[in-house]
Ligand binder design. Structure first.
Ligand SMILES: Cc1ncc(COP(=O)(O)O)c(C=O)c1O
Length: 455
């Protein structure tokens, strides 16, 4: 096919590319907003407009946009070998070194790393590892997996079932049997009047225990959770939640899988969200900031007791029969390894802790805004909840299109955020400075003021 200079990329895209999470018919007519370059926390569209990427794109561009240093590492890796696999005992230095670096920063008792290429792959593999574990332990009937309503863990066939949002199931004939859902730990909306965070957490842990007992503990394999629920609305856990949930799971020997695809690498103010909230995971799924999102790669980090079971299975069957062509891709591994070096040099966790007070102050200062019902976060992730009435927490009439108007207004002021229902999420690149953080909140306030004035 000959593509002439007169064919704009946008019209070619509208004509030929099927876009994820997009209204397909509208896209045929409207085409994409094209982003053509980035630098630091900023991206630029094809008309040259500058935006602060307040969502780090999809919660992932931890080091911001555009990097000569990472480009050079990728160039060298492609020049040296370009590709080799890690099947049947083969390997590349890049994959070995990255695995060791990840094991070194993983929570204690988690020493093995299984490399994959996306967050969905990491979660899908973790489901298989959970089942593999229970087969090794002689309890193959443990198949059921519990996740929380509104959770997002990917869109593969099995991970769509972990993802507990109706719109991810409809039209696909999902979920499969054996995926169970419990209440989202969303204190602002789901607590009873006057219920404290601790009391709410107790009630939610009791709900999980009641479900386990109803299903039969001998049939329940694992509980799945993000430390901070990202695409479910940036829901930080209420006080005591994970301690109480973990105690229930421990009582019945149920595995805890922490989906750290968003929360890993300093996002919540510690290296792992599990550390921020005192979770003891059996498996960690990590992706996104693992490579600062410049190249696809993900990892499942495996606790020693799970690896012991995998060893037994490999003895029994002759090999661990799972893996993808691109598992441990040497170019992706070389880049991710360099990203981990950069994190060490910049003291990633120290930097997030240093910026966190300014970030949280930005949310606190929005609390008095007439459109804002609640506002807050942890580390460098947070959200504001948009309401029509602060006291009753009532939402705006959908016909007013308040959220699309806020999206247009924030973009108009040069800020990209992530809209989730009636919440506006921020999770800027972890390299953001204090001055940039203040500028990000100033742009958000301008947008809120504009829409409030129109209403
Ligand atoms: C918590 C979480 N898990 C899994 C995924 C899926 O990752 P991917 O889109 O790389 O497949 C995402 C994506 O946003 C995520 O936020």
């Amino acid at each position: 096919m000959h593509i002439s200079n007169r064919d704009s990329a946008a019209s070619l895209d509208a004509a030929h590319q099927v876009h994820p999470h997009t209204n397909l018919r509208a896209h045929l007519a409207l085409g994409p907003t094209m982003f053509v370059r980035g630098s630091g926390i900023h991206v630029y569209d094809d008309e040259g407009k500058e935006y602060i990427e307040g969502a780090a794109a999809l919660w992932c561009a931890s080091l911001g946009f555009g990097s000569e240093r990472l480009a050079e590492v990728a160039r060298k890796a492609i020049t040296e070998i370009g590709y080799y696999h890690n099947f049947r005992g083969s390997g590349t230095p890049a994959a070995g070194v990255l695995s060791a670096k990840l094991a070194a920063i993983a929570p204690e008792g988690m020493d093995k790393v299984l490399l994959q290429s996306s967050g969905t792959e990491a979660n899908d593999t973790a489901i298989k590892l959970v089942w593999y574990y229970w087969h090794a332990r002689g309890e193959p009937q443990r198949r059921k997996i519990i996740s929380r309503r509104q959770a997002y863990h990917g869109t593969g066939t099995l991970t769509s079932c972990l993802t507990a949002k109706d719109n991810f199931h409809q039209g696909f004939g999902l979920p499969f049997e054996g995926f169970l859902y419990v209440t989202q730990p969303y204190h602002y909306r789901l607590a009873e009047p006057g219920e404290s965070e601790e009391a709410f957490s107790t009630r939610l842990a009791e709900e999980i225990e009641a479900l386990i007992l109803k299903e039969g503990p001998e049939t329940v394999a694992a509980f799945w959770a993000e430390p901070v629920m990202g695409s479910g609305g940036v829901i930080t856990p209420p006080a005591g939640y994970f301690q109480k949930v973990q105690a229930v799971l421990d009582r019945y020997g149920i595995l805890f899988v922490a989906d750290e695809v968003i929360c890993g690498f300093g996002r919540t103010g510690e290296m792992w969200g599990s550390q921020t909230y005192g979770i003891r995971p059996d498996l960690i799924c990590s992706a996104k900031a693992l490579s600062a999102a410049v190249i696809p790669i993900s990892a499942v980090i495996i606790a020693d007791r799970v690896f012991e079971a995998m060893l037994e299975q490999s003895d029994r069957f002759g090999s661990f029969t799972h893996g993808y062509t691109y598992s441990g891709h040497p170019v992706a591994c070389a880049v991710a390894s360099e990203v981990l070096t950069i994190y060490e040099e910049m003291d990633l966790v120290g930097h997030v802790k240093a910026i966190e007070p300014t970030f949280l102050q930005g949310f606190a200062e929005l609390e008095d805004h007439p459109l804002v019902g609640a506002s807050g976060g942890v580390g460098l992730i947070g959200a504001v909840e948009i309401v029509a009435d602060k006291a009753s927490k009532a939402l705006h009439d959908p016909r007013l299109n308040v959220m699309p108007r806020l999206d247009a207004a924030t973009r108009g002021h040069g800020l990209i955020t992530r809209l989730i229902g009636n919440r506006i999420a921020l999770s800027p690149p972890q390299i953001i400075t204090e001055a940039e953080t203040r500028e990000m909140f100033a742009r958000l306030r301008h947008a809120l003021d504009d829409v409030a004035a129109e209403l």
